[in-house]
Every structure is written in structure tokens, then in C-alpha cells.
Design a protein around this ligand. Sequence first.
Ligand code: NAD
Ligand code: DAU
Length: 354
Amino acid sequence: MPRAFRNLMVTGGAGFIGVNFIRWLCDRPDFTGHVINVDLLTYAGNPLSLLGVAERFGPRYHFIKADICDALRIAEIIATYEIDAIVHFAAESHVDRSIAAPDAFVRTNILGTYTLLQAAREHADQIQLFHHISTDEVFGSLGKRGAFTEKTPYAPNSPYSASKAASDHLVRAFHETYGLPTTLSNCSNNYGPFQFPEKLIPLMILNAREGKPLPVYGDGLNVRDWLFVADHCSAIWRVMQEAKPGSTYNVGGRNELPNLRVVEKICDLVDQKAPPLADGKPRRSLITFVKDRPGHDRRYAINCAKIERDLGWRPAETWETGFERTVDWYLKNAEWCDQVRSGEYQKWIATHYG
Ligand code: NAD
Ligand code: DAU
């Protein structure tokens, strides 16, 4: 029998994947519980992305502005809302920011995860599952061949991936030592609606739309595996409903592409769908090679045979269909993009949430 959740705490539910997960859950007939969205609303957490969600869920949806590092507040929320499951998205997520300023990554990703685990442990009688969202970056960098499996040793290279690796180890330890019912998924690069335009795909779409330079790091031949965000949501839900406590699953799209290929494809799609550039040149002319990211992992690839075999999960989108849907979304939602980038949403947060 799949697990059923009455009161699901979603941390980081105002960020890219959290928003998509909550929106995706709205349409699931097999979810009839409450969603308690706990998010600090950092620069990456955007309440504009949640417009309409409260209406769709009705009284089954609650938003709480809170810091996952605040132990008292988290314990109070778990007790008050009788939380029986936690899906933990909240994190500092951008590798370049972690290189420039690692502090927030150590605090939120390590201390924040620890705080949630402790709170869950203190409410062991009511918590049936703690699902931790992690990344393929904990495994480090691959050469030309091979793919990460669930057994690949951890070898993180950036402050971001090191902080995520530390959080994964804490999750494992809380299961092994205290018997906390945890599950964990390590996913490849997500893309889709509501992603903050600092990440490669939305940044390139918006710059291409506006005729700005498209900065490609190094030689542009670093490889990432791309997964449409709704496919990540369906994988998470499968794991949450069916996976054995203590288990981990890799999630990927089998869509390995060098960055340059991704950027070229986006240029071509924007050329097809947006008005031409003033100088009449194709968008590929905007590609600009810039200094490489320090410690830039060369290649990621995911072997997701375990989730396919154990849980029957398959992604619905190919990269061609997913990229096209994503370009369409960003071109249609210019207002969201402009507000997110302008800092207007920070004012909105101050007005609505204090
Ligand atoms: P994001 O940066 O878009 O959103 C993070 C959210 O966490 C924001 O809403 C932010 O306000 C919130 N947050 C940050 N610090 C907080 C704190 N102290 N307390 C409460 N909330 C806080 O991130 P994302 O891309 O949606 O990633 C979500 C999770 O998925 C992260 O754990 C990330 O490591 C993981 N992940 C991301 C990807 C990807 O491609 N984006 C791939 C694999 C795994
Ligand atoms: O692999 C999963 C990870 O994917 C997640 O855990 C992270 O939270 C998420 O941010 C993402 O990390 P990446 O570093 O892979 O994503 P990003 O979009 O920053 O970069 C993708 C690739 O594109 C990477 O090789 C760096 C390159 N890049 C990125 C930017 C922003 C560029 O060449 N130019 C750019 O301007």
C-alpha cells in the first residue's frame, strides 16, 4: 500500500522545485492531506510563484515564513500542525554563490537539515517519513564514460555540493542511529517554470530574448544531465509513497548534453518564438565564452536503473519537448521574470509577510 500523508511539511516550497512540487501535488487525486509550506523567502523563494495555489488547495494549504535553522519554531510547527511527513527542499542551491560566499550554504544546508532531523526525531511518534532532496553533485565529477549509481562514493567539489553531502550523511546517520524513517533522492539538473534566472537555462532564455551576451563558462563542453522539473516531482512522490525507510534513489533524465549544445538549442528556440534581434543576427551570435567556474565539474551522468526497476518511474519529457515547454513558459511569463529580477518581489514580501 502506498503511504498516505495527512499533514505534509514542505520546506523550501517557495523555491523552484518546491513550487513545482506543490503545484503538481494539487492535481494528485491520491493526495488528500494538508500542505504546510515552510520557507524563509530568501532571494530564491518567490511568493509570486505560489499565486493561485492557496485557492486551489483551499483550507488544505498553509504558508509559514520560517527559518529551518530555528529549532523552536520548527518544533512548534511540527506539533501545531500535527506533521506526519516532511519533504525537505529548502537549501541554498546555486553553485556560483557557494563559491563566492559559502557561509549561508553551511548554515542552511547543514545546520538547517540537522535542525529538521532533530525536530523530526523529537516527534518520532507522529513522523512516518522524512524525505530529503539531494543532488547528483555529491558524487563529484565523471570522466568521459560511466554514470553515478547509488553506490558511487561521495566526492563533492564545491562548497554547495559539500554542504549537500554533509546533509545527506546526517540523514543517513539519523536513520541508522535513531531509526528515523528517512528516504533520500539524488537528482540531476532540473529545468522548467519558476526557476530563478541565475541558473543556466532560464538565464540563457532571458538573455537571448533581450539580445544580451550568453556567458558560457570555459570551453562549454561540461556535460550535465537535464530533467524536466515535473518528472522530478513524480519521482519524489513515488519514493515518498513506496520506498523502504533508509533507501536512496538516483533520479535523472538520461539527457546528457554539453552546455554549449544546450545554449545553442535555446538560441534556436528563442529565434523561432520571439521577435528577431535588432541587428537581424541569429541568437547564437550572442554566445560569449567567459572564464571558467573554479572547480567546475566536467561531467555528470545518472544511472537511474534502481528507481526504474523498484518503483517503475520513468520521465515523461525528452529534453527536446521539455526545453520547448520551458522556453514557451519564460516567453509567456515575462512579468514574473521581470519582477523576480527587479527586486520588486522583495517589496511584495515585505508588504505581505512582514
Ligand atoms: P531554490 O534555490 O530555487 O529554492 C530554495 C528555497 O529554499 C527558496 O524558496 C528559499 O527561500 C528556501 N530557503 C533557503 N534558506 C532557507 C531557510 N534557512 N529556511 C527556510 N527556507 C529556506 O532551490 P531549488 O532549485 O528549488 O532546489 C530545491 C532542492 O533541490 C535543494 O535542496 C537542492 O539542493 C535540490 N536540487 C536541486 C536541483 C536543481 O537542478 N535545481 C537538482 C537536484 C537537487
Ligand atoms: O546537478 C544538480 C545541480 O544542478 C543542483 O544540485 C544545483 O542546485 C543546480 O544549481 C544545478 O547546478 P549546476 O551548477 O549544474 O547548474 P547551473 O545552472 O549553475 O550550471 C549548469 C552548467 O552551466 C554548469 O556546467 C555551469 C554552466 N554555466 C552556468 C551559468 C549560470 C555556464 O556556462 N554559464 C552560466 O552563466
